[in-house]
Design a binder for this molecule. Sequence first.
Ligand code: ASP
Length: 335
Amino acid sequence: MPSTPTPTLPCVRVLATGGTIAGAQTSGSRGYQAAAFSIDTLVAAVPQLAALARLEVEQIAAIGSQDMDEAVWLKLATRAQAALAEPGIAGVVVTHGTDTMEETGYFLNLVVRSEKPVVLVGAMRPATEISADGPMNLYNAVAVAAHPAARGRGVLIVANDEIHFAREVAKTNTTQVGTFKSTHRGLAGLVNAGRLHLYAPPVRRHTAASEFSVGEANALPRVSILYAYAGMGRELIDAAVQSGARGLVVAGVGDGNLNAPALAACADAVRHGVIVVRSSRTGGGVVERNIEVDDDRLGLLVAEELNPQKARVLLMLGLTRTADPRVLQEMFFTY
Ligand code: ASP
């Protein structure tokens, strides 16, 4: 028997955006369509949620997260901020596709000014699949968002019984349910059938302590990501600059390295007033200044631990506040 909600239960606002957690398979095949089910249907499929929290739901978008963009981020941030400002709301859950969840999560981690929990959740198997992972993930996400101990830890991502910091997490596998990994600073905790085991809080600035907010913004500065490879030429970097990018993140080889033509193009981009940040395509490690690349001479910044897609998020927000490379570099050491 599902429990009957009582007025003393915490209230959690669920902002839905689609993804595989809301996916439906087509005609008995493995193929499926993301974002096919509404959030009402997903919540109704997990009656045990009624014992955890009172839920208020809002459908923000109905997309696979490969179609996530800045317009939806801004709307999501605004709606999350409004929900968290309500005294009766304990926390927010965002249902989201897993492909770009780490970017949305890090964006919200930088712009939502609240101590209350914000938890992103998705699934690797569509809702109609054998052993779909969405229902338990949703249950666990609501348990985390409703729990006072989850306050003040920044934006979190819940999947596969794990709680990740949005800053740390990356999707590392195309299909497996254990796709999310936090290789640098580790997990935020575990959640077993709604029971939380929280580890150390994050050390980098986030949410309530962040200097960023989106306010009335309806767009963000254009930042492009360029992927480095053996024999890279300068043409894509030049094209990004010519197309009006205000910032570039390069997914460099190894320690964020680039060959001579690519470095020359980056130096030219800097001379045109474009901010260039070196990250790495390796998926792990810290890109530091002035190791094999003379960042001081070329005017380049480094992303430290941020992967290219998260470095892009921070650079976009940084560019809303300043174009000073020294201040922007400091942001990469702070957030
Ligand atoms: N392509 C899907 C999405 O990101 C994958 C998923 O949700 O797991 O929406």
